[in-house]
Design a protein around this ligand. Sequence first.
Ligand code: NAD
Length: 353
Amino acid sequence: MTRDFVHESRPGRVVFGVGARDRLTDEVERLGLKRLLVVSTPPQAGLAAALAKPLGERVAGLHPHAEMHVPVATAAAAVDRARDSGADGCLAVGGGSAVGLAKAIAKETGLPIVAVPTTYAGSEMTSVWGLTDSLGKTTGRDPRVLPALVIYDPSLTVTLPAAMSLTSGINALAHSAEALYAPDASPITTLMAAESVRALASALPRVVAATDDLGARADALYGAWLAGSALGATTMSLHHKLCHVLGGAFDLPHAEIHTAVLPHVLAVNLAAAPQALTALQKALDAEDPAAHLYSLARNLGAEMSLARLGMPQAGVDTVVTRVLAAPYANPAPVTETTLRRLLTSAMAGTPPP
Ligand code: NAD
């Protein structure tokens, strides 16, 4: 191995630990922020308000209007609110939707983001933004949307129901799996990705068995942090492309489709990515990582059929056309035959061949 690589460290401070939420005010002071717009989804408005309360006059306003996939109108309203309230930063409390809306604000205004994640999606560790309009979802990279500060407190994840914890965790695991065969993987991203797979795969059964198990929650969130970091530093391949198309075209739930699709993509790709295969075999302690992840998710209660998740059979052609339209890096060649075979298994929810 000649070890050729490029690795760029991203700025950003991470504070991790049970009770880290109590450090929010000190950390915000440290950044010198004086007026934060607090962004969340509607169901997490109460949590966001409670977390923001100790900030007192440093709160410019509460904006609990985040939605999955950041519709352009929602983003525009949030940008207006940030400007009108004289905010000098955004505090995002929640999963990828809350962080996504804060990113939409940061992209337009340059305001720094403080993120307090409550799922395992990992958006807080990336400079990737996404916006959705009637034509679908557009994503891009902008260093201004990478949060300046991330506070990970496992105790904030105990309210995430078992089923959502499982699929959110597999969503994180998918970032790491694809980071292992990314064209721009580095020794650091590979270490992070492998460790995150190990941590998530060992934590998820314990999280599902007892959603208030703080040790299991800490392990899962630690895995999610590493997965988000690997996602932010590498280029994703077929799995993320497919999920992006499925989510955008049919408005399917994000983490659930990642869970149903991942084993099938890995069955295709790992045959062409021997180093990733070895890393996953070791991290999962399993000979066949694709089959192992399928069983793990299904045995813990995940829905493995895209059809039952709401994907229309007639939509397969659209997915195939869109995935083949834009070329991107992938270890195995992506042909129409491969895609149709993969989608047939994923639609039915049967184990990968
Ligand atoms: P989400 O943020 O939409 O959260 C799902 C639901 O769970 C919401 O109703 C939310 O209010 C609720 N929730 C969140 N945390 C909770 C908790 N601890 N307890 C109870 N309920 C809780 O979903 P997500 O899967 O975290 O994020 C998905 C979105 O993030 C997608 O739009 C995806 O494209 C985006 N994403 C972006 C990146 C990136 O790098 N840009 C990375 C990953 C995901």
